[in-house]
Design a protein around this ligand. Structure first.
Ligand code: PGA
Length: 251
């Protein structure tokens, strides 16, 4: 059995005082939750705060993006080594908002995945189709192409200890969740694709579902055999909701 993982993606939300309340609440509640790993991916300026507040707790933390470069004249960018200095475990790579709003191509996403993995971070590689792509029957093809771009560049070996998140774009922040069956189908296809290159790595690969995961729907999603937890946006900003989702993953 693969262990379950629940990751909060705060996106561009937070403040020092608000984060303090949120993190205190999570720390206070996480002890009551069973076998689940939890992590929060916070905006860069709050990494120091996350490190300070979560260091001695079971909750991990990470970032939402990183540079594909190690260092240099890249104004506004943040390198993997910098994230490590702030104790990050995870880093989200290729979120659909970065692909759509900041022009991240499959090639850039693959380079970021390599930069994260080779620095010792756990990349959470996001893949997923748009509504138009789903409606025209292209889901499998689109997700496979996003996966293959990274598999070809990084090699399947780089997926050992990495995480994939299937996030249908039409389900992100919309309140529309993929049905557990729809999600399971894509998760199984992702695992089969990786298994075509390495069965052992595929069997151990954590594949998270993301897109309007809530306390109410988390249980029925996480029970599916190829769904190993969630990448949670909006509901990760509310203590009780995020804890309830962690609880659902621990069953
Ligand atoms: P959501 O976001 O849970 O608010 O839909 C998920 C994500 O974008 O990672």
């Amino acid at each position: 059995m693969r262990p379950k993982l629940v990751v909060g993606n705060w996106k561009m939300h937070g403040s020092l005082s608000g984060n303090k309340n949120l993190l205190q609440g999570l720390v206070a509640g996480v002890g009551a939750i069973g076998e689940v790993s939890a992590s929060v991916c916070v905006p860069f300026p709050y990494l120091a705060q996350a490190q300070q507040m979560l260091a001695a707790t079971p909750i991990s933390w990470g970032a939402q993006n990183l540079s594909e470069h190690a260092q240099g004249a890249y104004t506004g960018e943040v390198a993997a080594a910098m994230l490590l200095e702030f104790g990050c475990r995870h880093v989200i790579v290729g979120h659909s908002e970065r692909r759509a709003l900041y022009g991240e191509t499959d090639a850039v996403v693959a380079a970021k995945f390599v930069a994260a993995k080779s620095a010792g971070l756990v990349p959470i590689l996001c893949v997923g189709e748009t509504l138009a792509q789903r409606e025209s029957g292209q889901t499998a093809e689109v997700v496979a192409a996003q996966m293959v771009a990274v598999l070809d560049k990084a090699g399947v070996g780089a997926f050992a200890g990495a995480v994939v998140a299937y996030e249908p774009v039409w389900a992100i922040g919309t309140g529309k969740t993929a049905s557990p069956e729809q999600a399971q189908e894509v998760h199984a296809a992702i695992r089969a694709l990786v298994a075509g290159r390495d069965e052992v790595i595929a069997a151990g690969l954590q594949i998270l579902y993301g897109g309007s995961v809530k306390a109410q729907n988390a249980g029925e999603i996480f029970v599916k055999p190829d769904i190993d937890g969630g990448l949670v946006g909006g509901a990760s900003l509310v203590v009780d909701d995020f804890l309830a989702i962690c609880q659902a993953a621990s069953r």
